[in-house]
Ligand binder design. Structure first.
Ligand code: ARG
Length: 576
């Protein structure tokens, strides 16, 4: 594998600094302003260690390394500028190296084995059965699936878990409601989940007015817990119906899970969790209930966590505690990532604190909290039908395609519209940090220009078209001609190369910060740099040697776009 520019620079600088190369690699950064070289080494972080002012460090490095630089093909010149050491590269060598790296890695440029041997559990999507998929579940699905792919690209062993909401006292209400009012044929109808949700709401309301319904619900849930065949069969049926419905969405988004271990999976594991709490003396009775009072164990500022109600019922939190313990004990993961809306922050703080008190490495647990989707309420409240989002985006995409925003042959319109509509929604979600609320601006969402998913899909298709045209006219294909990327030395080309070079780091940063938006931002920057280049320079009509070199550049950009879109869960379209 060719080494990265950063590593080459670190190898040159490290001996003079007396530091390990790996440490120097992390110090090297992109310059703050244009015209200050291609990379820079800020010397402040070194001042204390080397007991010298940063200005002096920069000046001495520039001087003492001059002979090494003269012999180095990549670094053309070092220049001290105040506390910075500016690093100027030889543009031709830089271009050759970058494109050689991309060519060598093939379609997998950007991936690595950094995470090899480490497991990551990602808890995402996790809708509730017998209830509609919520817009929040869409966000969790999209963000979680991106984090799964990003970690896999870095060699982590990822276990993507759908922590389905399929257990709890609410199923007592549902079972009782079914027994009282259930109409079997409605489960075969249009919207079985909507029907179940109605039944639940009706029973729940009745229980508020008449305690006998509440008793029925409790008794029904007890039967379910005790394994009563009828209650179980009914519950299974509801679960299957719900999963089939959720699967439509997962298929549309191209999302899969390694485990569908919902809350019911932990039914027989809660006893172990509660026993562990007792053993460590972290839980105690309070008015008949079982709680963890964090203040008693030196954890300040957290409300007590309820593990068992006075009527003996366990809770969502009890199952999450059992799940956390199970995950640590089964997988010994390097990270457990919970992709859950920001309103559940307190719940997760309690969960992580409880796991910590039990002696598990709770610092490995992360809550990727996401914000709301604004302006999306319907008569169902914020629980909008998913079809209203993805379906609407797909419709809009088809409309724009038919209006001629892009050209797609009639027989491919439907499939293209699906990819564009889904891509638009997914990108809008991953464009910004998860914690920010998002507003789906329907007018701008599905556009082939601006900072949208469809714009990137369109750019990818355009790059493909450039390659096709050169192949038709000149019979040249990337990787198959004698091309010297050393010719790619204009500012615009160097800017594109810089973005290519930085792509693997963007993936690493996205994983480290649990921010898929690092990848989306990088792709937008790359597309913008390419567009600036393409505006100013020819590819197909350039002189032959330059054309061949540029062909390699176009292909490298195309590969990175395709790969990055893939990480986000967006189809890179071949033609538009
Ligand atoms: N089912 C829950 C909800 O819809 C989300 C579960 C998230 N995962 C977890 N381990 N708590 O709010």
């Amino acid at each position: 594998m060719h080494e990265s520019t950063r590593d080459s620079i670190a190898r040159l600088l490290a001996p003079a600094l007396g530091l390990p190369e790996s440490e120097v690699t992390e110090l090297v950064e992109l310059p703050r302003e244009r015209g200050r070289g291609d990379y820079a080494l800020p010397c402040f972080p070194l001042a204390r260690r080397l007991r010298k002012p940063p200005q002096a460090i920069a000046a001495e490095l520039a001087e003492s390394l001059a002979p090494a630089v003269a012999a180095d093909p990549l670094v053309a010149r070092l220049e001290a500028s105040g506390p910075y050491l500016n690093i100027h590269l030889d543009p031709a060598t830089f271009a050759r190296r970058v494109l050689a790296r991309v060519a060598q890695a093939g379609e997998r440029f950007g991936e690595s084995e950094r995470g090899a041997g480490q497991r990551v559990v990602i808890d995402f999507s996790s809708p509730n059965i017998a209830k509609r998929f919520h817009i929040g579940h869409l966000r969790s699905t999209v963000i979680g699936a991106a984090l799964v792919r990003i970690h896999r690209a870095l060699g982590y062993e990822v276990i993507g878990v759908n922590h389905l909401g399929d257990w709890g006292t609410q199923f007592g209400h549902l079972i009782s409601a079914w027994e009282l009012w259930g109409e079997p044929e409605r489960l075969e109808g249009e919207d079985p989940i909507g029907y179940l949700q109605q039944l639940y709401v009706r029973h729940n309301k009745a229980a508020k007015e008449d305690p006998s319904y509440a008793d029925r619900a409790r008794a029904a849930f007890r039967r379910l817990e005790e394994g009563d065949p009828e209650a179980r069969a009914l519950w299974s049926r509801m679960r299957e119906i719900s999963l089939a419905e959720f699967d439509r969405i997962y298929r549309l988004l191209g999302v899969e899970f390694d485990e569908i271990a919902g809350e019911s999976f932990y039914e027989d594991k809660m006893a172990h969790a509660l026993a562990l709490c007792e053993q460590r003396g972290i839980a105690r009775e309070s008015e008949g209930a079982l709680i963890i009072d964090f203040a008693e164990h030196g954890v300040e500022g957290l409300q007590p966590m309820l593990l068992r109600r006075s009527d003996g019922a366990t809770l969502y939190a009890t199952r999450d505690l059992a799940a956390g313990i199970y995950r640590f004990e089964t997988y010994d993961p390097a990270k457990i990532i919970y992709v859950i809306g920001a309103p559940q922050r307190l719940h997760l703080q309690q969960l992580f604190a409880a796991l910590g008190l039990l002696g598990f490495p709770a610092e490995r647990c992360h809550h990727v909290a996401f914000g709301h989707v604004l302006g999306m309420s319907t008569r169902e409240g914020t629980a909008i039908l998913l079809d209203e989002v993805l379906g609407r985006a797909i419709e809009l995409a088809e409309q724009r395609i038919r209006e001629g925003d892009v050209r797609v042959p009639e027989d491919r319109i439907e499939e293209t519209a699906r990819a564009v509509g889904v891509g638009a929604v997914v990108f809008a979600d991953l464009r910004h940090r998860p914690i920010k609320d998002i507003a789906f601006d329907w007018d701008r969402l599905v556009r082939f220009e601006g900072e949208t998913g469809p714009y990137l899909q369109y750019t990818h298709a355009r790059l493909r078209a450039i390659l096709d045209r050169v192949a038709e006219e000149h019979g040249e294909r990337p990787g198959e001609t004698e091309a010297d990327p050393g010719r790619l030395v204009t500012d615009e080309e160097r800017a594109v190369l810089m973005h290519l070079e930085q792509y693997p780091r963007a993936i690493e940063r996205a994983a480290r910060e649990l921010e898929p938006s690092v990848v989306s931002a990088h792709l937008l920057d790359l597309a913008a740099a390419f567009s600036t280049f393409y505006h100013k320079h020819h590819v197909k009509n350039a002189p032959p040697e330059l054309r061949r070199a540029r062909l390699e550049l176009v292909e490298a950009v195309r590969r990175v776009l395709a790969h990055g879109l893939g990480l986000l869960g967006i189809e890179a379209l071949e033609r538009m």
